[in-house]
Design a protein around this ligand. Structure first.
Ligand code: NAD
Ligand code: MG
Length: 394
């Protein structure tokens, strides 16, 4: 029986992973090792009981007592806090889903690679902040990383049986997010609720805002560079409002392989779960005659400064990704809390990259997890200072 752990089980990706596991027979067909969650203890305990997990871990040590109470009599162990998360990652599992949101997902995923199994990677921040480190660790431990982000799963599938050397370009599709048809002058005043109204995908709050600002696509461009090892100039972004083509690979003979399907993350989660086989999945089938047409347009870099910043990060590499991601997370926190405007997020991130420039010089092959965490910390501090300064000027 295959053993499985899910980090971030109570989130959007985690829930959909649990859904697929339950449909596949749940505890009858899989041995569930660890399930982890943030603050939703009721749901974490419920899924741990359903899947008969060995251990359930919540993010905050202050919640441990309540988690224990909720698991009483179930035989599921309870633990809490970042250390417990790492210990859960130390428990061997054949297949581990990394679906914690943000930089907090890096350390547990990195640790889980030690078992040499499969890491299904939804946490794109891991590759953005520590791509060279993560890929080297996977190679050293003979572990396999399978992409879960829909674009990267699409690219991975479009590469099956092909030689990466024959790839000319990778074309990432983007929905353009909730505000894509707004006049650019109005964007500065966009509210959280407006940015959350994603046209095609239902996702966690943070990634939905990141879709509207295209910070999500910026992370995905860097993720593509790190995962597939292609040059930054080979990566293109195109807005495709229908979100039916999940990404494309262009080969040197001019052919383009596109991956299509309904916008449902259970496709890429299921692909990673069943790889290298394809199992039936409960996703809608496309009715192409009804869809009628697919449209595309080039992204406007004025509207989406994140895409320009991603190019700068790729040119620097090293620790620039960690600074970029951390600054983005802080800017997003402040936008969500109403402290800064929608377009201010890009300004904050750009300012952080500028002030930290001298600190980001570490070579890719010499960086450590501690370096990444130190730059992450520094970038968060600088981003906070910049936000406070901006507020003072207003
Ligand atoms: P989410 O916010 O819905 O869930 C995140 C999970 O992580 C939850 O279980 C939460 O409790 C947990 N968590 C949050 N902060 C934590 C912390 N500090 N310590 C421990 N646990 C913590 O997020 P999501 O939308 O499921 O996204 C998860 C990851 O997958 C992100 O990296 C995101 O970019 C990526 N992703 C998501 C989607 C999607 O459709 N939702 C698509 C592609 C990629
Ligand atoms: Mg994606």
């Amino acid at each position: 029986m295959r053993s499985i752990s899910i980090f971030g089980a109570t989130g959007s990706i985690g829930e959909q992973t649990v859904d697929l596991l339950l449909r596949a027979g749940g505890a009858g067909t899989h041995r569930v090792v660890a399930l982890t969650g943030g603050r939703n203890l009721a749901r974490l305990a419920e899924m741990a009981r359903l899947l008969r997990a060995e251990i359930a871990v919540c993010a905050d040590p202050r919640d441990l007592r309540e988690l224990r109470e909720r698991l009483a009599g179930s035989g599921v162990e309870a633990a809490a806090g970042p250390e417990a998360l790492l210990e859960a990652a130390d428990r061997p599992a054949d297949w581990v889903m990394s679906a914690i949101v943000g930089a907090a997902g890096l350390a547990p995923g990195f640790r889980a690679l030690r078992h040499g199994g499969t890491l299904a990677l939804a946490n794109k921040e891991s590759l953005v902040t520590a791509g060279p480190l993560l890929m080297a660790e996977a190679a050293r431990q003979r572990a396999r990383i399978l992409p879960v982000d829909s674009e990267h799963s699409a690219i991975f599938q479009a590469l099956v049986g092909e030689d990466i050397a024959a790839v000319e370009r990778i074309i990432l599709t983007a929905s353009g997010g909730a505000l894509r048809d707004w006049p650019i002058e109005r964007l500065a005043a966009a509210t959280v609720a407006e940015a959350l109204a994603h046209p095609n995908w239902t996702m966690g709050h943070r990634i939905t805002i990141d879709s509207a600002s295209m910070f999500n696509k910026a992370l995905e461009v860097i993720e593509t560079r790190e995962f597939f090892g292609v040059a930054p100039e080979q990566i293109e972004v195109i807005i495709h409002p229908e979100s039916l083509i999940h990404s494309m690979v262009g080969y040197r003979d001019g052919a383009i392989m596109a991956h299509m399907g309904a916008p449902d993350m259970r496709h890429s989660i299921g692909y990673a779960l069943n790889w290298p086989e394809r199992a039936p999945l409960p996703v809608a089938r496309l009715d192409l005659a009804r869809i009628g047409q697919l449209t595309f347009r080039a992204p406007d870099l004025q509207r989406y400064p994140a895409l320009r910043l991603a190019r700068e990060v790729m040119a620097r590499r090293g620790l620039a990704g960690a600074a970029f991601n951390a600054a983005k997370e802080v800017a997003l926190d402040h936008f969500l809390a109403g402290g800064i405007g929608f377009m201010d997020m890009g300004c904050v991130v750009e300012a952080v990259l500028e002030v930290l420039d001298p600190e980001l010089g570490r070579e890719n092959d010499r960086m450590t997890l501690e370096d990444v965490q130190a730059v992450d910390h520094l970038a968060r501090q600088r981003a906070g200072e910049i936000v406070r300064r901006q507020a003072g000027e207003r």
